[in-house]
Each structure stands twice: as structure tokens, then as C-alpha cells.
Design a protein around this ligand. Structure first.
Ligand SMILES: Cc1cc2nc3c(=O)[nH]c(=O)nc-3n(C[C@H](O)[C@H](O)[C@H](O)COP(=O)(O)OP(=O)(O)OC[C@H]3O[C@@H](n4cnc5c(N)ncnc54)[C@H](O)[C@@H]3O)c2cc1C
Length: 394
């Protein structure tokens, strides 16, 4: 069989490896190299997956039977074994995040995957974008100045989300699928920072400072423990990213408030205990409540004088501190995006319902998951599911 894949991100790369053992496989990539967002991920934490057990893993994703099946069939342990078989051993770090073993650089992980593709005779055509579909619904690729219709037995698209355009992402392909009659949604930021109306004085003094061991929430969402980083626009960080969806929803309804618990390990009563029978002055708050200067200044910034000077009111603030959110950061800066191809367009194995034999995988589908390894796992699992579905058809 001949199988054509479009996009050289992790979702298509794993599918190509799986298919290439017995079939002719070609990857069309619009950029000069494959796997550039994978490498960008490598510059940060490089959480390849998350070692949560299957049920807990699945809870982190948009609920859809295709994703659920994919994660059940190829979960984080399977991905670790798959990587191990390629020679990339991994270890489990904090909060279940899985990293390549110490000493293995991200580029080595990508090079190993590319070597495997080459070993299996996969053709990788870079600088060769998908530019639309013919009237017959076949993919059109641009090779040099020539646009050619590509004929294959099966097609897999893994064109990625909308952020970090320097890695090859853009939203041009949305219109190609729209023209094919496939429902797409514009991209929105996920796992993104938020704009907050800090004073210039606060930003100048505290930009780059972390707020550690805190927990964030929005509305009645469960608190997310982690940290925030103060930036020149507001805040970013792992205690915020899983709340992107909830913040987006609140903003659409008129306004969003980020709630920070500065002392997630202490109850109100614990904190009250620290001030009983002593005269507490604001200059001692940092010492008594173990708060950084940045945290104290932030509380001061969004409190009235009366609130700040009254230690009992301050304690309430420490446990429930409300910061108005102006907006999410733009799509371009987000770690991931939602939007793209509607999940209603695919069957249980990522095949387009209106165009059988055409599969859509990875971040180009409208699903969401937090950082911490879940994004790459979702991409790898969906790519593997599409490949296995094709293999099972013959
Ligand atoms: C800063 C940052 C840090 C991250 N860290 C992590 C992390 O630690 N853990 C984690 O799980 N996830 C992380 N992610 C997210 C993860 O990298 C992505 O979710 C994942 O790479 C998406 O894989 P994909 O295969 O769907 O698409 P991509 O990796 O985006 O690949 C899509 C490919 O398609 C190509 N393409 C686009 N249009 C066309 C076209 N018309 N024709 C042909 N090719 C085309 C692009 O050039 C690109 O190579 C991070 C992302 C960012 C930005």
C-alpha cells in the first residue's frame, strides 16, 4: 500500500514509523525540517508523556471516543516502551512527568526517530506543503513551483496547531479543509499566559519573579498546584495553564478572575494560629506567613489599604486572592491551541467521516489537554491509532 502523510510533527512521525514496516510511506512537510515544535518542546521541560495510569491519563483530555480509544490502546507506558525500543530510555520525574533519561538531548530523540524512518525507507519531502485539495478531494502538494495531486491508498494529516509559527504552524490549512466540507474552528490559545493590569512599578520590580508553592483556580474549577511567573504582561506558569479553557469561557461571558491560594498547604485556621496573641505589623507578614516580596506586593497591589493592614483580612486574601484577568495571551505564544478540525468530523479512529481513507491526527484536531506530557502523548497516541486502523484494514 502507498500511504501519504502531511506534516512532520510527532503525530505523523510515529504513524509513519508504524506504517513503514510493511508499506510505502511518504511524508510531506512544508518546512525545511521535520519535528521543529518537538524540538521547541525540548528546549523547555520536554515532558514526553505523563506516567498517570490509563484512567487518570484520559481524564486530562477533551472527552471523545477516538482520543479515549487511542490513549487506551497506546498509553504512556506503551509510549515509553516504544521509545525504549528505539534506544531512548526515559524516567519519571515530579508529578508523573516523563523525560528522556539524563544525558539524552531532545535533538537526539528527534534524530533517533528520523533514523528509524530512514531505515524503513520512508521518503521525507521537506519544503513541500499541502496547498489544498483537488475537486476529487485528493491532496495537492507544491513541489518547487509545481502543484501536484497526490494519489495514495491512505492519507494522514498532522498539520499541528496554530501557535509558534516559526516551527511551521499556520492556519492556512483550515480553509483547505473548509473547502472540502470539513468543519473547522478558528484557533484559540491553550496552555497560555494571561494579561493582568499590573502597575508599571510592580512590573518593573517583579517581572521574572516566581510565585512558588501556590494553587490557582477559576470559578468552581479544582485548584491547580504549581507556580506562576510574573512577566511584563501578567503571569504564566504551570498553575495557570490547565485553566486556559475555563478562563476563555469566563472571558467570553464577560470577565474572568484568577483565584490564587498562596498557602495551599495551610487552612485558614492554621494561618490564624500564627497571629494569635501577637501584634502583627505588615512589615512582618513575609516572615510570619512565609511570603515572598513579590507575593506581598501583588496582594497589596490588588487590595484596599484597610484589607492589607488588617491581618485577619489578609489571611482571607492569602487563601482566596482574586486577580482580574484581562485576556489570554495571543495564539502565537501559546504552548498549544484549541480549534482546528471539529471532533465531530472523525470516527473512532481519526478517519474523516465524509472522506474515508483520510485521517486527521495530533494538535490539528480540536482537543485540549494540559502541559506535563499530555500534549505529546495525545499526538503520539492519535498518530498510532490512525496507523493501526490502516494496518487493520488490509
Ligand atoms: C514552547 C512549547 C513547549 C512545549 N512543551 C511540551 C512538553 O514539554 N510536553 C508536551 O507534551 N508537549 C509540549 N508542547 C506541545 C507539543 O510540542 C505539540 O503539541 C506537538 O508538537 C504537536 O504535534 P503535532 O504532530 O500535532 O504537530 P506539530 O508538531 O506542530 O507538527 C506539525 C507539522 O506540520 C507542518 N505543516 C503545517 N502546515 C503544513 C502544510 N500545509 N503542509 C505540510 N506540512 C505542514 C509543520 O511545519 C509541522 O512540522 C510544547 C509546545 C510548545 C510551543
Amino acid at each position: 500500500m502507498k500511504i501519504a502523510l502531511f506534516g512532520g510533527g510527532p503525530a505523523c512521525l510515529i504513524a509513519a514509523i508504524q506504517l513503514s514496516r510493511n508499506h510505502e510511506v511518504v511524508i510531506y512537510e512544508r518546512g525545511k525540517r521535520v519535528g521543529r515544535k518537538f524540538l521547541v518542546a525540548g528546549n523547555g521541560g520536554f515532558n514526553l508523556t505523563n506516567a498517570k495510569d490509563q484512567e487518570d491519563l484520559i481524564k486530562n483530555y477533551t472527552q471523545h471516543r477516538a482520543l479515549k480509544n487511542a490513549l487506551l490502546q497506546f498509553g504512556s507506558n506503551d509510549l515509553r516502551i516504544w521509545l525504549d525500543n528505539l534506544g531512548i530510555s526515559t524516567f519519571i520525574g515530579t508529578s508523573g512527568r516523563v523525560f528522556p533519561m539524563k544525558g539524552i538531548k531532545p535533538v537526539q530523540v528527534l534524530d533517533t526517530i528520523i533514523s528509524e524512518l530512514k531505515k524503513n525507507h520512508v521518503i521525507i519531502k521537506t519544503d513541500t506543503p499541502l496547498v489544498g485539495f483537488s475537486d476529487e478531494g485528493l491532496p495537492l502538494v507544491k513541489e518547487g513551483e509545481v502543484v501536484l495531486e497526490h494519489q495514495a491508498d491512505y492519507y494522514i494529516y498532522g498539520l499541528g496547531g496554530g501557535s509558534w509559527s516559526k516551527t511551521g504552524s499556520n492556519d492556512l490549512w483550515l480553509q483547505y479543509f473548509d473547502q472540502l466540507g470539513i468543519r473547522t474552528l478558528p484557533f484559540s490559545p491553550s496552555n497560555a499566559g494571561v494579561n493582568i493590569d499590573f502597575t508599571e512599578e510592580f512590573k518593573a520590580k517583579f517581572q521574572g519573579f516566581p510565585l512558588k508553592n501556590i494553587a490557582c483556580s477559576v470559578g468552581d474549577k479544582e485548584k491547580v498546584k504549581g507556580e506562576l511567573l510574573i512577566t511584563n504582561y501578567g503571569v504564566e506558569g504551570n498553575a495557570l495553564y490547565p485553566l486556559s479553557n475555563a478562563i476563555r469561557t469566563e472571558l467570553e461571558q464577560g470577565g474572568s478572575t484568577l483565584i490564587i491560594d498562596f498557602k495551599p498547604s495551610n487552612t485558614l485556621r492554621d494561618l490564624e494560629g500564627r497571629i494569635q496573641e501577637r501584634k502583627v505589623l505588615p512589615k512582618n507578614y513575609g516572615f510570619i506567613f512565609k511570603l515572598s516580596k513579590a507575593a506581598l506586593k501583588l496582594i497589596k497591589e490588588f487590595s484596599s489599604k484597610e484589607e492589607y493592614l488588617n491581618p485577619h483580612r489578609l489571611i482571607e486574601k492569602l487563601k482566596h486572592f482574586e486577580v482580574p484577568v484581562q485576556s489570554l495571551r495571543p495564539v502565537e505564544e501559546a504552548i498549544s491551541t484549541v480549534g482546528g478540525i471539529s471532533l465531530q468530523e472523525i470516527n473512532h479512529s481519526f478517519e474523516l467521516l465524509k472522506h474515508p481513507k483520510h485521517y486527521v491526527v495530533g494538535e490539528m484536531l480540536n482537543w485540549d489537554a494540559p502541559t506535563g506530557g499530555f500534549l505529546l502523548q495525545g499526538c503520539f497516541s492519535s498518530g498510532m491509532a490512525a496507523a493501526n486502523d490502516i494496518l487493520n484494514k488490509k
